[in-house]
Design a protein around this ligand. Sequence first.
Ligand SMILES: [Zn+2]
Length: 143
Amino acid sequence: MNRTHQLEQLKQELLHRRDALTLALTGDLTMLQEIRRTGGDVVDFASDSTAEVLSTQLAEAESRELANIELALLKLKKNCYGQCEECGQNIAWPRLEALPYAPNCIECQRMMEDLEDDSANEAPLPFPTLSTHHAVYRNPDLV
Ligand SMILES: [Zn+2]
């Protein structure tokens, strides 16, 4: 399989995933609006905060992923797909196959994760979160 063909496949995966995420986000926002509408005043609203925080965190993770997907699609269009946003090096192909919307090479990604570990003790969000994702995303050697 040549690279052009591989890129086309990745593009299809990205488009598919973008659609799924867009739908999920629309659903999440509807849910959030529902909570806000029925929540009454701020005090009553606080009792629902756990559910809201959860769905907000999920929506944030999905929004971030969606932004990465849009970026990857843009880069495909501009023929600079696969370049790390941080250092400009080419991202290793196995990483792109595992995570087609990866904005950074593995070195930069690890560096950023280290920084995040220093600033927050929270467990990282499970990633990716959607059940619609392709089996390739789960390969533990590549992600
Ligand atoms: Zn890099």
